[in-house]
Design a protein around this ligand. Sequence first.
Ligand code: DOR
Ligand code: ZN
Length: 347
Amino acid sequence: MATITLPGLIDVHVHLRDPGATHKEDFETGTRAALKGGFTRVIDMPNNSEPTTSIRALKKKKRLVAGKALIPVGFHFGTNGKNTSSFLAAAADEQVFGLKLYCNHTTGEMLIEDLGLLEKVFEAWETDKPILVHAEGVQLAAVISLAQLYGRRLHVCHITQAIEVELVARAKGKGIGVTAGVCPHHLFMSGEWREKLGPYALMKPPLGTKKDMQALRKGLTSGVIDIVETDHAPHTKKEKASKVPPYGVPGLDTALPLMYRAVDEGWFEEKGIRTVLHDRPRELFRIPKQIKTRVVLETGSFKIGDDGYETKCGWSPFDGWDVPVRVKSVMLEGKTLLTEGKIVGRK
Ligand code: DOR
Ligand code: ZN
C-alpha cells in the first residue's frame, strides 16, 4: 500500500481543558488525539475555568503539561483586558506563542466588548508574538484597525463568513500584518448540518451558509487564509445531549484525513496540506523546528471513527465520513510514538 510522508503537523488552536474540565479532555488524552491525527505540536487556548490570564495560572499549566503530555504543548496567554501588567512576563515565556482575545461570546469568561479595553490590550501587548482574535463580522473590522494602529501582528481564528475572508484579503492587500485560520468543520459543513447533527454541530462561530463555505475553500486555496486550525473543543456526549449544550466540536483526530478528502473532492491541492498544517503555522507563530520528526500515512479507503477516537469525549461530527488516508506512524525527534496506528511512546 502506498504511503505518504509529512513533517510533524502543528495545530495552533486547541482547547485541552486541563486544568478545570478534565472530564472532557486532559493533557494526556488531548495529546494522544493529536498524535493519532498526525500532530507533533499543539498550542493550547486559555479559556479554562481558571483562565490563563495570570503568570500563576500559566505556571500551573506548564507543570501539568510536563507530567502528562505525549508531545510538546505551547500556550496562548489570555486576556480580559485587566491583566496587561502580566503581558511582559507572558510574552517573554518561550512556551507562550500568542495572546488570545475574545470579542464575541463563547465558552469561558474572557469576553471584551469595550473598545477602550480592547485598545489597552493592543497597546500593552508589546511583542512580535501575534494577538489571536475570536472576532466575527463587525468586530473583525475593529480589531484589524487596532492592529494597524498599534503595529501588532493579528491572527484571525476560525474565520467563517465570506465577508470576513474579504476583510482579511483587503487588510493583506494594504500590507497590514493580518493572517487567518480556518477549521475543518467550517470547510466541510454548512448550516444544514445543524439540523442533521443537532448539538453535535453546535460551535462558535457557528456553521455558515454554503456560500460562506465556498468562500472559505477559495480563501484557503488562494492563500488569503493561511492555515488550518482545528479549534479542538471537546465536550462530553452527556453535555451535548443536555438542555443547554455547550459550544464546540473535537477536531484533532480527524483534521488531516479530512484535508486529503478535500484533495479527492478536487478543491484542494495535495501539496497545500503541508503548507497549511505545518509550514505556515510554523512561520506565523515562530515555532522551533522538530528534527528527525515525521508522520507516515497509509493510503486506502477508511471511515472516520472506525478505529475509535483518542479524544476523551469519544465522538466526532465527521463520524462515518470516508477518508483516503490514515496515520500509520509518527516519529518525534528520533523516537517512535505511534506505529501501525497504535500509540507506543511519549516524548
Ligand atoms: O465552539 C467553541 N468552543 N468555540 C470557542 O471559541 C470555544 C470553544 C470551547 O472552548 O468550547
Ligand atoms: Zn477556540
